[in-house]
Design a protein around this ligand. Sequence first.
Ligand SMILES: C[S@@+](CC[C@H](N)C(=O)[O-])C[C@H]1O[C@@H](n2cnc3c(N)ncnc32)[C@H](O)[C@@H]1O
Length: 205
Amino acid sequence: MKKKELEILLQSLHSFENPKAQWEQYITPANIAATILFMAYTLGDVESKGVAELGSGPGIFSIGSCLLGASEIHAVELDKDAILVLNRNISETNCSSITVHHNDVSKFSIAVHTVFQNVPFGSQKRHADLPFIKKAMELGSVVYALHNGATREFVIRNYERLGGKITHIRNFEFYIPKIYNFHRKERVKRSFLFLRVDTRRDNLK
Ligand SMILES: C[S@@+](CC[C@H](N)C(=O)[O-])C[C@H]1O[C@@H](n2cnc3c(N)ncnc32)[C@H](O)[C@@H]1O
């Protein structure tokens, strides 16, 4: 599959229907998800590998991993409404290799080769990103993560403190639609830090 084909398929997925502010629910745009997924695919981190998407929401990285041939995929999400959308996306893409876990990420415990995560910014709940960093470092061999660009030093310091080696770093900017009452503009441009982290653990999946 070409990257453009993947992007078009990801664009057709359903998004959050009732986004909840306390969990900072917005999706990764299809072009950015396709760029990250293709990078992971090229580096050998997807095909025939075990994958987890922490805070999956509607599951763009889970579905993308399925379409790129991951062997088993775990989508972890605490919001039941988001899981309804995720299940619809799974059934419409025939991605039966995805297992859905209705749970807090801190309680998830299946080791995988690759973790994908677009973590909460932490603007609703201070340091809401930390449980994601800790869990990804505990369970994955490599981590592909999007974080609030403004927390760059904090995020890198925490991955490194837990033994991670940053192998790739890049900035992305994208618009988050007006989904919350406290947003005054129709859409807000935010800056994101993308990291690929080698956790230096071999989880053999
Ligand atoms: C920024 S959205 C990303 C959604 C999706 N992964 C994507 O990239 O489009 C973050 C997701 O994490 C979920 N979430 C937030 N805190 C969580 C937690 N502690 N455990 C599980 N899911 C959580 C939210 O409900 C939301 O669906």
